[in-house]
Design a protein around this ligand. Structure first.
Ligand code: ADP
Length: 169
């Protein structure tokens, strides 16, 4: 028979299904691809310990860019933003992890790269809001929405990284 719950030993294996795992859509924008920053940007999220579940180089059609940024439709910079996002290939990524949405926003830094802290992607690698090299979902809900928007079924890979028990107790 099992010992009373409070006396039971904590399992020494990490059980990720017991934690709330978020999903974030991260994208290297066309300037990041043209400037050869793809590896550097992927590396920041990979080293932090998040799990990559989707990755592709992709030429974004205008309709998709407009849908992705639909909340900004009334902004004066909207047409320029759509031209920018569709001006060349982007790298689409789906990342998973506990707290990944909020953490990725911190790793990315402020929208205006001149206000982004050194050490963040935009703080280290960009100078202008209109060329801020990377996108990251702003809420877990938008993370799910954007991954569904940018990836087709079969493009997302569920897997268990070998490092998990060395990353979380
Ligand atoms: P974030 O990407 O940091 O979540 P927003 O959702 O406010 O920022 O804006 C989406 C994107 O629109 C920005 O990353 C940037 O590429 C572009 N953008 C925002 N504000 C401006 C602006 N004033 N001028 C030009 N582009 C802008």
């Amino acid at each position: 028979p099992l010992a009373p719950r409070k006396n039971r030993k904590k399992p020494h294996i990490f059980l990720p299904h017991l934690e709330k795992v978020d999903k974030s859509y991260i994208m290297v924008k066309p300037d990041g691809v043209q400037r050869g920053l793809v590896g550097e940007i992927i590396s920041r999220f990979e080293k932090k310990g998040f799990k990559l579940t989707g990755l592709k180089l992709f030429q974004c059609p205008k309709e998709l860019a407009e849908e992705h940024y639909k909340d900004l439709k009334s902004k004066p910079f909207f047409p320029k933003l759509i031209d920018y996002i569709t001006s060349g290939p982007v790298v689409c990524m789906a990342w998973e992890g506990v707290g990944v949405v909020a953490s990725a926003r911190k790793l990315i830094g402020a929208t205006n790269p001149l206000q982004a802290e050194p050490g963040t992607i935009r703080g280290d690698l960009a100078v202008q809001t209109g060329r801020n090299v990377v996108h990251g979902s702003d809420s877990p809900e938008n993370g799910e929405r954007e991954i569904a928007l940018w990836f087709k079924e079969g493009e997302i890979c569920e897997w268990s990284p070998a490092q998990t028990p060395w990353l979380m107790e």
